[in-house]
Unconditional design. Structure first.
Length: 424
């Protein structure tokens, strides 16, 4: 009887091991990593650390609190045919929190730097920061990863490049490929061609110039390349920063944990699905929230890409996000909403507008000027030396508190050249 129990236990454990092994091999295959990497001790150590009940609870809590953002990322990754593992990039980059800490800091779920955002076609100025556009930034991240995949033809190298840059990955892989080639072919070490390739790599490291030379070396010796080799020899040769290797091993470990269905919150559905709609320039965001009877702070949370309390005026319409369930009421009510009238400024006069006419009154209320309005434009004041919010408010005869609110100013500080919008 005991022998039978031992045999059954052995068979169950063997079956479980085979199923687990198949799950993990699938994760590696999806990332274009050789199966042998499954036995890598540093990967096993990373998996053991992050599969602890404490860590699983921690990351499940992140996913639970950020269900809307996580759902958007999962949906866009599926639409763009990216590997499932890409889902865990914003887990590591931002914990799925959509924010930025300053003008020159990384921002959004994907933590794009300002320069990177511009290169990816994301608007980033004093009015709009599309790094905080949940859907558009995720689409940009997908394009970014696809660009790197096209260069390296391996998804895990694309994810590595996302973390530390294309040049760093290309140079590290090229050096690892050449080193392994010379280990397998030591007699070639002193050949003229090898000296030339070594010089190419050395010059790139010193100057960060010669991208084409870098790829020439990489393509020449790519058949000798092995991720196992790079990882095992990285401490000695510094092919890639250890932090970047840890980054990719975490993503692999998270993917393996997810495939075991241990991240229960990953399947949580958000309270609603977002849809993109258009709104007239110059509209107050609070008015838009009121139109669909939505809490203003919640409305701002899903439209963080709009920096100020009003939509800018440099385009006729702007894209905003609303819950899908609010779409019908939004469409019905927006038909009745006209674009806000943005007045011309008449300095030191009180302006009264009536359809196509403008009446200018003096201080006693006597009519002194009457003329037709040809164009309705907003007032955009460019800050000059000596300007203060108080002086601008006085100049344009607007309330200081409203001026600060319209421009999302939490303090009275100004920068020369800054654009201040004036709404009457």
């Amino acid at each position: 009887m005991n022998k039978l129990f031992i045999i059954i236990l052995f068979l169950v454990n063997t079956l479980f091991a085979n199923v687990t092994n198949d799950i993990d091999l699938k994760v590696l295959k999806d990332l274009d990593i050789e199966p042998s990497f499954l036995s890598n001790k540093s990967l096993q150590s990373t998996f053991n650390e992050y599969s602890s009940s404490e860590n699983i609870n921690y990351y499940n809590n992140i996913l639970r609190k950020s269900s809307l953002n996580a759902q958007i990322v999962r949906s866009e990754i599926e639409n763009e045919n990216l590997p499932d593992a890409a889902f865990f990039i914003p887990m590591l980059e931002s914990s799925f929190v959509n924010q930025t800490r300053g003008k020159n800091s990384p921002g959004g779920l994907w933590q794009f730097m300002p320069g990177t955002a511009v290169n990816l076609g994301l608007r980033n100025d004093e009015f709009i920061d599309e790094r905080l556009d949940l859907i558009k930034s995720t689409d940009a991240a997908g394009s970014y990863l696809k660009k790197y995949y096209k260069r390296f033809n391996k998804w895990y190298l694309a994810l590595l490049a996302y973390n530390c840059g294309e040049g760093t990955v290309a140079e590290g892989v090229a050096r690892a490929s050449l080193d392994r080639y010379l280990e397998l072919n030591p007699e070639m070490n002193n050949s003229d061609s090898i000296r030339t390739y070594k010089r190419m790599l050395s010059d790139y490291r010193a100057t960060k110039k010669g991208f084409n030379d870098l790829y020439e070396v990489l393509n020449k010796f790519k058949s000798s390349y092995s991720f196992d080799y790079l990882v095992e020899n990285n401490m000695k040769n510094r092919y890639i920063s250890e932090s970047s290797l840890t980054y990719i091993k975490k993503i692999i470990a998270f993917s393996m944990i997810s495939e075991r269905n241990l991240f229960k919150s990953i399947n949580n559905k958000a309270r609603y699905k977002l849809v993109k709609v258009k709104a007239h320039k110059g509209l107050q965001l609070r008015s838009l929230a009121n139109i669909i009877s939505m809490d203003y702070n919640e409305f701002r949370t899903i439209n963080k890409h709009i920096k100020k309390e009003v939509l800018p005026i440099d385009s006729k319409t702007y894209n905003i996000y609303i819950p899908q369930e609010k779409l019908d009421i939004y469409n019905q009510k927006m038909i009745m909403v006209k674009p806000p009238v943005i007045e011309n400024k008449v300095v030191d006069k009180k302006v009264v507008e009536n359809k196509k006419e403008i009446k200018t009154l003096d201080k006693k209320g006597n009519k002194v000027v009457k003329k037709e309005i040809k164009n309705n434009k907003s007032i955009v004041h460019s800050v000059k030396k000596g300007d203060t919010l108080e002086s601008i408010a006085k100049k344009y005869n607007v309330n200081l508190k409203k001026l600060k609110s319209d421009n999302n100013k939490k303090s009275n500080s100004l920068k020369i050249g800054e654009k201040i919008e004036i709404y009457k």
